[in-house]
Design a binder for this molecule. Sequence first.
Ligand code: NI
Length: 258
Amino acid sequence: MMRLFDSHAHVYDKQFDSDRDSMLKNVFRTVDYVVCPSENVETSRQTVALLPCYAGLYGAVGIHPHETKNATDEALQEIANLAKSDDKVVAIGEIGLDYYYFYSPKEIQKIWFEKQIELAKELDLPIIIHDREAHGDTFSILKKQASTKLRGIMHCYGGSVEMAKELMKLGFYISFAGPVVFPKSSKLKEVAKAIPLDRLLIETDSPYLTPPPHRGERNNPSYVRFVAEEIARLKQISVETVVEQTRQNALHIYQIKK
Ligand code: NI
């Protein structure tokens, strides 16, 4: 029996509105744990509301870089309150920088990334980072914010091996999602192969980024097994080893007590 841990799935997403409960019940037959990150105050509330319903469901609250143009100090306070409201909130996220879509201006994104890092340190929680085409600024902010309290996860990693090494030194785990399974992702596969298994996580980013053989369908946390299988193939180790080690890593960084 697989004991998978999907470290990142947006299960509150409206794409699950018609069948969320049956989808999750089905997921928890093969997946032990799912961490659901949020995008803004509203989805953070939705995440927290779902936590009591499923033993294996944990959450993160935060403001996604896309949403930072609407962020306020009141919103940040509400994120802090939600983080403190339930022990199953295990991280601040997803937060970071997105210079691909630029839905929010660069300077605004940076301000809220830092404010939320400071909140995470204050609450002694790890952070879940979204970094799209913003490697340089993401890294310099993390370096500036480095402390014994700073730690977290690089979600859906898309950077280089060199940067991953620096991030691991700062206390970060490197997480891979569906794109590592895509046949064309040769560079990403090389990066995944080079990351030590004890610093690696797997995720789906559901409902997005569906891996083969299900491309074109809605993603769900049970498909994290295809990410585990690809990592096993790349590293030439057993799937069971990948599943067990990534599970231990995720339990450790999210400080979930079994
Ligand atoms: Ni996400």
